[in-house]
Design a protein around this ligand. Structure first.
Ligand SMILES: NC(=O)c1ccc[n+]([C@@H]2O[C@H](COP(=O)([O-])OP(=O)(O)OC[C@H]3O[C@@H](n4cnc5c(N)ncnc54)[C@H](OP(=O)(O)O)[C@@H]3O)[C@@H](O)[C@H]2O)c1
Length: 611
């Protein structure tokens, strides 16, 4: 972009400008604000937002406000928007950025609870993230500042590069397609995180080739992006069958998409199923069982469907984490096979536990978490068994017993083990003995204490437990381990830089998904309407063309809105922009594209930033 234009934007960034903030539960507001002057020193990176896509997860944050896992408890307002593409205006050389760089920002900034200003660890803190945790950074602010120290913090937290710089963009790629780098990475990461535990104990990652795959609540935008990635896999790795459940109206739209047509043409069986059909489960079972199931809508009904159709050893992706803390997955655990000796039992059971290599690494390893706390529960009536487990533990292992007083009596007998942990502290590994209701209740008490990536195994099995979706999605990301366990569970919600970089470097065209747009000043209306009606597709905010109204992407709608706006003042600029772009939509069948963006910018009288 022309350096003079960047200088001009930087000048404007010093002044008051507008942004969209969550200001209370269910409350969004377009507010005037300015950046602190420290933003323009060697401590800050200043950016202009070019565009932002609306995400359903925004809605959960809007509803919950300070009860959300990523929003500070004491926040008065937070800047909204994490699916964003931005233009760098000011960057100290140490940042590795240059003014004029177009960037997609990695949204996950900490995988452990921190104070989002100092980034110091804090039990009362948040999982700091773009669009949830800050006042001066969000996709729906005109101008933003990112402290330069965040680059190192995000890398240290395992998310990779904070800024994914756009270079060598194909000429067709649009701002919208770049803003989709974030949801692309969510879906790409979700597929990468999927794993199957083979009979020999090895993990195989990614979608199993020729599997059966189900998207429940699958007319959602994220399911479409996910399926778009799946459809780009080599044919030998594509699923043999895909089932998508949704409302008849949206399934009808889906039926006509190029995505579904192409998959079918390649021999993939694609079944689109009415989510309200009384015989839905029966139909799903006829296609399945499914090796991989994505739950794209958070409800008890969807979670129950997932459990009913998953293949043994399959993977349920708890993709749509729940707002309701009391809904989740019922898991039926089979009876454990007896081993010849207690020593064998303990060794095998401890080896069943498995963890990710780091909080942000999809690869896994067997055994208790190094340096972690292992909890033994339900051993009070079986002292020999308990001793068997303690004997199997490596020297220095931190260990606690759920039953009060039990650990104290063992300290002298096992001096090599570390019994000093707070018996109510956070747990990395747990072995729960006893089955039935006792095991179920022990798990229910334990779940809130699990660390992120924790592992739990049931020494006797034969129990039914309830895994809370909200906790597992945002907080614990734990696994239930052992051969008695019917399925594994994954989640994603903090996309990594390396996955965003794929979309930035070689974008998948996601313009076909755009159903509606708005300028910044009309985005609150758009977000509210989409939350209420849940229409099909993506909804994109053009931050630099703030007066553009909320409008459906269709030539007739562009023209009708232009007529409503009339020809005077700022509204006149917006009307002119819509009229410039309408013929292109007419020509291309109402499809969003870079050309449409260029025409809107030209009509509005603003330089197109990817030019
Ligand atoms: N894990 C992650 O990293 C991640 C990332 C982004 C988003 N998410 C989550 O993924 C979910 C989907 O997000 P999105 O942006 O793709 O959503 P979206 O496009 O707004 O779609 C929501 C879908 O829910 C369906 N739906 C509505 N009511 C339903 C019900 N009672 N039962 C079943 N389905 C129902 C609707 O389909 P029909 O009208 O056809 O039924 C609609 O298509 C959200 O919960 C979001 O927070 C997760």
């Amino acid at each position: 972009m022309d350096p003079a234009a960047i200088e001009q934007l930087l000048e404007q960034a010093h002044a008051t400008h507008r942004g969209i903030f969550i200001v209370g539960p269910g409350k969004l507001s377009l507010i005037e604000d300015r950046l602190p002057e420290t933003a323009f020193t060697k401590e800050g990176i200043v950016t202009a937002s070019l565009g932002n896509c609306r995400c359903s997860s925004d809605n959960k944050a809007i509803q919950q406000f300070t009860r959300h896992a990523r929003i500070p408890r004491n926040a008065e307002r937070v800047a909204l928007g994490h699916e964003t593409v931005q233009l760098v205006l000011h960057a100290p050389p140490a940042s590795g950025l240059r003014p004029g760089d177009v960037v997609a920002i990695t949204p996950g900034h900490s995988s452990t609870k921190v104070d989002p200003v100092s980034f110091e660890p804090s039990p009362e803190g948040v999982l700091a993230a773009l669009g949830y945790s800050y006042t001066h950074l969000g996709g729906l602010r005109t101008f933003n500042v990112v402290p330069i120290k965040s680059i190192k913090i995000v890398r240290d937290q395992g998310f990779g590069a904070l800024f994914n710089i756009v270079r060598d963009l194909p000429p067709w790629a649009s701002l919208n397609t770049l803003a989709h780098a974030e949801p692309f990475a969510c879906c790409y990461g979700a597929l990468k995180n999927t794993f199957v535990l083979e009979a020999d104990g090895e993990f195989t990652y990614g979608l199993p080739p020729r599997c059966r795959l189900a998207y429940l609540g699958g007319t959602s935008r994220m399911a479409m992006i996910n399926l778009g990635i799946v459809s780009a896999l080599p044919e030998s790795e594509q699923p043999m069958a895909v089932a998508i459940t949704g409302s008849p109206a949206k399934l009808k739209i889906l039926e006509r998409t190029e995505l579904i047509t192409q998959l079918r043409r390649r021999g993939v069986r694609v079944e689109l199923l009415d989510r309200a059909a009384p015989d839905l489960l029966e139909k799903l079972r006829k296609i399945g069982p499914f090796e991989v199931v994505f739950t794209n809508y958070p409800s008890q009904e969807i979670y129950d469907q997932a459990v009913a159709i998953i293949a043994r050893g399959g993977n349920i992706n708890n993709y749509a984490g729940a707002v309701d803390p009391d809904i989740g997955y019922n898991m039926k655990i089979a009876r454990a096979t007896r081993t010849p000796t207690l020593r064998d039992e303990a060794r095998a059971r401890l080896a069943f536990l498995h963890h990710p290599l780091s909080p942000t690494d999809f690869r896994r390893r067997h055994g208790p978490q190094p340096g972690g706390l292992l909890l033994l529960a339900g051993f009070a009536a079986a002292p020999d068994r308990l001793r068997g487990y303690l004997e199997a533990l490596p020297a220095g292992q931190r260990v606690a017993c759920a039953e009060p007083g039990l650990a104290a009596s063992l300290r002298a007998q096992f001096p090599a083990l570390d019994f000093t942990a707070d018996a109510d502290g956070r747990v990395d590994d747990a072995v729960i003995a006893e089955g039935g209701a006792a095991a179920r209740d022990a798990y229910a008490v334990l779940e809130p204490r699990l660390q992120r990536g924790a592992a739990v195994t049931f020494a006797d099995g034969e129990s039914s437990i309830f895994i809370r979706s909200r906790r597992a999605h945002y907080d614990t990301r734990h696994q239930i381990c052992g051969p008695e366990v019917p399925w594994t569970m994954t989640n994603t919600s903090e996309p990594q830089s390396e996955d965003m970089a794929i979309q930035v470097a070689k974008p998948v065209d996601l313009d076909w998904l755009v159903a509606g747009i708005a300028g910044l000043y009309h985005a609150v209306e758009m977000i509210g309407d989409v939350a209420e009606r849940e229409p099909f597709g993506s909804f994109f905010t053009l931050v630099q063309l703030p007066e553009l109204p909320y409008v459906r992407v269709a030539a007739a709608d562009f023209r009708a809105k232009a007529r409503e706006l009339g020809g005077a003042g700022e509204a006149g600029r917006a009307a002119k922009a819509l009229l410039e772009a309408a013929p292109e939509l007419e020509k291309n069948g109402g499809r969003w594209s870079r050309r449409v963006e260029e025409l809107l910018y030209a009509g509005y009288g603003v330089a197109y930033p990817l030019g």
